[in-house]
Design a protein around this ligand. Structure first.
Ligand SMILES: *Cc1c(COP(=O)(O)O)cnc(C)c1O
Length: 438
């Protein structure tokens, strides 16, 4: 399979190139060129297939030029020591829990697969890479955990001092080894600007093998399609007439991955794009107008995105056809109040803690399917983070503190180690050259 830029001005590249480049040189996003048909494989799956089985088979089928079936299995096994878990029939809904990985959020799936394929490519050709990434919290913690101890890879994470949660800061700063956290005295936007400046500095790029691991990387996007297929296999024997996925969305990587699985033949009848008050995509679906704007702060802060980067990919999949997109994706925007109410209601009714992102998904699904649920619809809501990652918000909504999983509790006891850097590209450049040039 080859990949082209969504802006289509360049020659297509291989998966390996797309993974190391991240962004296409014309500023577009890499996107599969062919429509692979995996339907017979999807239909052959059963409940007894593990997540690793699904991931290995899809890796081998999607990238036969890069990986033999044995390579693909090894990659799936190395990447996924954790699995999604399905909670059935909570008020007629299924929750697909994606937070059982090392950082307790769904971004672990993409980050861990990307780290594993990068390591595999680098070792084959005896090269090294330096991952440089800016984070507002969640991405960085997944990247730090996923790339920790990978051979031939160094990791540098820029984060804004005092602007990530205490738990996130611990997740970022306690790996050690090949992972270095840079504490920047500035905002997230400053961090992002510093990283971007590095990638366009020709001299620096010629001297160091810098690469990014941000959410637009294909190596993070593709593996997110695996759990849609896994959910289908888990539900298949009991499926009603229609299967719908409801996806709490910010940059729309998660939703785009589901739409790709559908294009490859997964029997899905529709997707709900569940947004918080940052609702440019639901607005586009309703009106046909795409109007990006600055984000506003909400309780589901990993979804506070005003100009979602994967929207360009979604548009490309539907050939920029509004009606085509609308026939498959329904937008719902959920208020802060509804988010908190949903968390409270679920706790009171079921003793179940929802994190605020999952709560947006649940509320959107309920609103959309209240009547239809009586009919034959199965709705799978992607549960994107462990409630303990957002325990402040959860406590305010429910009056109770969610139990903290062992991984998170352990991280809290470790000692923070971060390098302080000034808020300037020069400071970053100096750090990188001193530390990594040979
Ligand atoms: C990143 C994130 C989202 C949004 O996912 P996108 O792929 O950016 O749409 C939702 N929930 C949580 C917990 C996240 O960390």
């Amino acid at each position: 399979m080859l990949f082209a830029s969504t802006r289509a001005a360049l020659v297509p590249v291989t998966f390996e190139e797309a993974v190391f480049r991240g962004l296409a040189q014309d500023g577009g996003l890499y996107h599969p060129m062919e429509e692979t048909d995996l339907r017979p494989f999807f239909l052959s799956l059963t409940e007894s297939h593990s997540f690793v089985d699904v991931a290995a088979a899809m890796t081998a089928r999607l990238f036969p030029e890069n990986f033999t079936p044995d390579d693909a299995r090894e990659i799936a096994e190395r990447a996924f020591s954790f699995s999604p878990s399905m909670v059935h029939n909570v008020d007629g809904l299924h929750l697909l829990e994606l937070f059982h990985g090392p950082s307790c959020a769904f971004k672990d799936f993409g980050a861990s697969f990307l780290a594993t394929v990068m390591e595999s490519f680098l070792r084959r050709s005896d090269r090294r890479a330096i991952i440089l990434t800016a984070t507002s919290g969640d991405t960085g913690s997944a990247v730090a955990r996923a790339f920790h101890n990978r051979r031939n890879i160094e990791v540098v994470i820029l984060y804004p001092s005092g602007r990530v949660s205490p738990l996130q800061e611990k997740q970022l700063t306690t790996c050690g080894g090949n992972v270095t956290a840079l504490e920047v005295h500035g905002s997230f936007d400053d961090c992002q600007k510093m990283a971007k400046d590095a990638f366009i500095d020709r001299d620096l790029m010629a001297r160091l093998p810098l690469t990014s691991a941000n959410s637009i990387n294909l190596g993070r996007l593709i593996p997110q399609s695996f759990y849609y297929v896994y959910a289908f296999a888990q539900l298949k024997s009991r499926l009603n007439d229609e299967l719908i996925f409801c996806v709490p969305s910010g940059n729309y990587g998660n939703l785009t991955a589901g739409v790709l699985a559908w294009r490859w033949g997964l029997p899905v009848n529709g997707f709900v794009a569940a947004a918080n008050r940052n609702d440019v995509v639901p607005e586009y679906l309703a009106s046909g107008l795409y109007q990006p704007r600055p984000s506003v702060h909400t309780p589901s802060n990993a979804m506070d995105v005003g100009n979602p980067s994967n929207f360009e990919r979604l548009r490309a999949i539907f050939h920029d056809n509004w009606n085509g997109m609308r026939s498959m994706i329904w937008g719902e925007s959920v208020s802060d109040r509804e988010t908190v109410d949903t968390m409270r209601r679920y706790y009171e009714r079921h003793g179940l803690f929802l994190d605020p992102h999952t709560a947006v998904g649940v509320c959107a699904a309920e609103r959309r399917f209240d009547r239809e649920l009586a009919k034959a619809v199965d709705v799978v809501i992607l549960s994107t983070a462990h409630p303990a990652k957002f325990s402040e918000v959860v406590r305010e909504a429910t009056g109770a503190v969610p139990p903290i999983p062992e991984e998170l509790a352990k991280v809290l006891t470790l000692e923070k180690r971060a390098v302080q850097v000034e808020n300037s590209f020069e400071a970053l450049r100096e750090f990188l050259l001193t530390r990594y040039s040979t």
